[in-house]
Design a protein around this ligand. Structure first.
Ligand code: SF4
Length: 481
């Protein structure tokens, strides 16, 4: 019998990387990164809270809260995290949580009240918090913000919680807090792959966690996976997806991140020394095709790119708004190193915990860098993120932004249609199946020249390990050495 892996290998063999290069699409392991936000951090300026909030009228927002403490040091990690706390009672944790609550109160006051349309607590590892801390944090958020009944409240949980004697107590605290969506950083279900990444848990523990969460009644249990890491093969990746989508887990939604390098990441140093341990570009394409085929076979729909769902209700609201609507204008970031989009600005909070504590304790908001989007940049953002999902409705885009997609991007669209990466009709523009495999590189051609120039100027004078590079979740201005 021909396996899904064989079918994917055959499809990958038919992709002509040389012709794509002629069309302007060149993938390298070093240069690859997603287009995570727009404009990128490298194209932002230092900002303060007055500039950010002046004239703001939007109070109904998605809320993102960052909790940076973590027990692990996964080799691919480049999120803002802090391994220094010994346990959840550590004074560093309690001080940070007090400041997080203070920031919630300051935002509520300065914005004239906040109504949450979703809440996401990510990290780091928020499940590092004690049950009491979880209860206390959510009680404070509910005292300050309006939190309507039934909105999606997501909380990141690390599978190491299966070893904790406080597991049930923490599940209860989450349920009492109204958390209804649990996101697990699963990565893979092969123990060798997990060990190599220093994940600190086994595949069995991830599966048991999914089952325990479902039994406890959480409505949405989702996981983040990673493609392209050492020891991942077509076969063990296929098996991972089979277990997650089968009767044992029936995961509600999965995100399959491609591996991306940052100079600050332990895995980048390893890649330079032992390149052969890592899947090649061609093998990574095979892994992506396996994910597309296996999830489809199990009845999951796809979109935005890399996401697979048993129903849209399981998706992250914040991501859906960004990719699937033309209205991603209300993401409120709280905590160190979090990023959001309010009052027409894409912005980041300070990425340094000492600075974060000092700023919040002095009664100011920890705003770090921001970019106020021009009308043109809002249009570019809508086109790029829309294409990275199910495509864009050209008329709707023109109505909202006053710019015609065909006119503005005539050359690019023609070139990528000829290369088989884009499908353009009178009503819509979307990536083809091959286009999905190179979505980031295709969308990179829709970036505004002003944004690109600024990002590249910043990248040229910034050390690759500087926070501006480390937290630049973007291929625009991405630099490893
Ligand atoms: S568990 Fe998450 S935050 Fe912690 S080291 Fe691993 S990837 Fe980073």
């Amino acid at each position: 019998m021909v396996s899904v892996s064989d079918v994917a290998r055959e499809e990958a063999r038919r992709i002509d990387l040389d012709s794509l290069k002629t069309a302007g699409i060149e993938r390298t392991i070093e240069g690859f990164y997603i287009l995570g936000n727009y404009p990128p951090l490298t194209a932002m300026d230092d900002y303060d809270e007055e500039d950010l909030l002046a004239g703001n009228t939007q109070n109904e927002l998605d809320v993102y809260m960052h909790f940076q403490f973590c027990e692990q040091l996964c080799s691919f990690c480049h999120f803002y995290m802090d391994q220094s706390a010994r346990n959840s009672d550590d004074s560093k944790v309690t001080r940070y949580l007090e400041n997080l609550k203070k920031e919630v109160s300051m935002l509520n006051e300065r914005m004239g009240g906040v109504k949450a349309r979703s809440i996401y607590v990510g990290g780091g590892t928020p499940s590092f918090m004690s049950a009491e801390q979880i209860r206390d944090l959510f009680a404070h958020v509910r005292r300050e913000f309006i939190v309507p009944e039934g909105i999606t409240i997501t909380f990141d949980v690390h599978p190491e919680i299966m070893r904790s004697v406080y597991r049930e107590e923490k599940f209860d605290a989450l349920k009492q807090a109204g958390v209804n969506r649990i996101s697990i950083g699963g990565v893979d279900l092969d123990d060798k792959v997990l060990r190599y990444q220093n994940r600190g848990h086994t595949a069995k523990e991830t599966v048991e966690l999914i089952q325990a969460l479902k039994l406890s009644g959480f409505s949405h249990v989702v996981t983040d996976l990673m493609m392209g890491i050492p020891h991942q093969t077509a076969e063990n990746w296929e098996r991972t997806i089979e277990i997650l989508t089968g009767d044992t887990c029936q995961i509600d939604s999965a995100m399959t991140f491609p591996l991306m390098f940052k100079a600050s990441q332990p895995l980048w140093a390893r890649y330079q020394r032992r390149t052969k341990e890592f899947p090649t570009i061609e093998e990574r394409i095979v892994l992506q095709l396996i994910a597309m085929n296996k999830f489809a076979e199990a009845g999951y729909s796809s979109g935005p790119i890399y996401y697979f769902n048993r129903g849209q209700e399981h998706m992250n609201d914040q991501q859906l708004r960004k990719f699937e609507t033309l209205d991603e204008t209300g993401l409120l970031p709280i905590g160190v190193s979090s990023f959001g989009f309010i009052n027409g600005c894409q912005y980041f909070n300070t990425p340094d915990i000492a600075e974060y504590n000092a700023i919040v304790e002095s009664g100011r908001l920890p705003v770090w860098r921001a970019a106020k989007l021009t009308a043109r940049q809002n249009f570019e953002r809508a086109v790029m993120f829309g294409m990275k999902s199910r495509g864009i409705n050209k008329k709707a885009v023109e109505k909202k932004y006053g710019l015609n997609v065909d006119r503005e991007y005539a050359d690019v669209i023609r070139r990528f249609e000829d290369a088989g990466l884009l499908e353009s009709r009178q009503e819509y523009l979307r990536l083809t199946r091959s286009g999905e495999l190179f979505a980031e590189e295709v969308c990179n051609h829709f970036v505004g020249e002003d944004v690109r120039r600024k990002a590249e100027r910043t990248a040229a004078v910034t050390d690759p390990k500087h926070p501006i590079q480390r937290y630049n979740y973007n291929m625009i201005g991405h630099r490893l050495q």
